[in-house]
Design a protein around this ligand. Structure first.
Ligand SMILES: Nc1ncnc2c1ncn2[C@@H]1O[C@H](COP(=O)(O)OP(=O)(O)O)[C@@H](O)[C@H]1O
Ligand SMILES: [Mg+2]
Length: 302
């Protein structure tokens, strides 16, 4: 009789083979950007949605995945009621293609499941099955934005570790900054080797945004030896919540506001960093993209 460890090894091998077949079949490489934070309620979903929109408007093909397992709310922010969500995929009742809905500006959205306890604590085997499904979408997109949960749960960490880029969101409150540092620390401990970016949300003015970003980047460099690049800040503006109440994305209803300008600037800085990174990668012949993403997830959970 086979022991459990052997069965697990077999399963991992099968998944790896499946993925390798996908690697061979596909040529396109989507970039995986995970958005996370130490504390909840700091604006991850707001950033994920508006960043996705700005990228779409620039002609990029974007998939927005609500990966805040168990606390998903992108569908609510958009005022849509999806028939199926990630939960159905994990249960094996639907495949990912069936759950994708189209959002504003032609973006694709994979809704998460809200209030579903099982999603918040997925067993490694379910997580892998989900990832194998996701890899098949690689050739369809330029960007895959993952709106992850806060903190350092197992689900969140595997998404972060596997991404090409992680954007940490913080607000200027000391507790939020400390918790953001905690996420960096755990990424460091788990040997994350992608890029780390920072967005400071809900600042009262530009100087506060710059000050918080400087403080965190200097500490991360000094104590963790992590290079954190600031993508900028977003002003605190009550109309952001109003957008959420109206169930419409902010940059769509207030195209000329300063906050929309903040989102655009963040997208520009990210694209700029990617252009530079691509040149570096070409030189080093490294491959970014979803396939690499899943390769890293699978090897990290071996
Ligand atoms: N720049 C901002 N100015 C004012 N309110 C904001 C801003 N960003 C986010 N919010 C509000 O903060 C709350 C939490 O935002 P959300 O994006 O859902 O956070 P998270 O996804 O991190 O839990 C929402 O009510 C949202 O409207
Ligand atoms: Mg959220």
């Amino acid at each position: 009789m086979k022991d459990q460890a052997e069965r697990l090894r077999e399963m991992a091998n099968q998944i790896r083979q499946q993925i390798e077949q996908e690697f061979v079949r596909q040529v396109h490489r989507a970039r995986v950007v995970a958005i996370s934070s130490g504390k909840g309620g700091v604006g991850k979903s707001t950033l994920a949605l508006n960043l996705a929109l700005v990228l779409c408007k620039q002609g990029k093909k974007v998939l927005l995945l609500d990966a805040d397992m168990g606390m998903a709310n992108l569908d609510i922010m958009l005022g849509v009621v999806p028939k199926y969500n990630l939960f159905h995929v994990i249960q094996g009742r639907k495949n990912l293609h069936d759950v994708i809905i189209s959002g504003p500006q032609g973006m694709s959205i994979i809704p998460g499941g809200s209030g579903i306890l099982e999603l918040a604590n997925l067993p490694a085997s379910d997580m892998k099955r989900l990832l194998v499904e996701l890899i098949k979408l690689d050739s369809d997109y330029d960007y895959m934005i993952l709106d992850t949960g806060a903190g350092i749960s197992k689900n969140v960490t595997s998404f972060l570790l596997a991404a090409d880029d992680v954007i940490i969101v913080t607000i200027p409150e000391p507790t939020s900054i400390t918790d953001a540092y905690g996420v960096l620390k755990s990424m460091n401990r788990a040997s994350y080797n992608g890029k780390v970016y920072l967005v400071v949300n809900r600042v009262s003015d530009e100087s506060e945004g710059i000050w918080v970003a400087e403080k965190l980047t200097i500490v991360a460099q000094k104590y963790l030896d992590i290079e954190v690049l600031s993508l900028g800040y977003i002003l605190n503006d009550p109309s952001v919540s109003e957008g959420i109440r109206r169930q419409q994305p902010f940059v769509e209803i207030y195209p000329r506001s300063r906050v929309t300008h903040n989102f655009k600037r963040i997208a520009e800085k990210l694209l700029e960093a990617h252009r530079e990174k691509r040149l570096d990668d070409l030189q080093e012949a490294k491959q970014p993209g979803i396939r690499n993403f899943f390769k890293r997830v699978l090897s990290s959970s071996k």
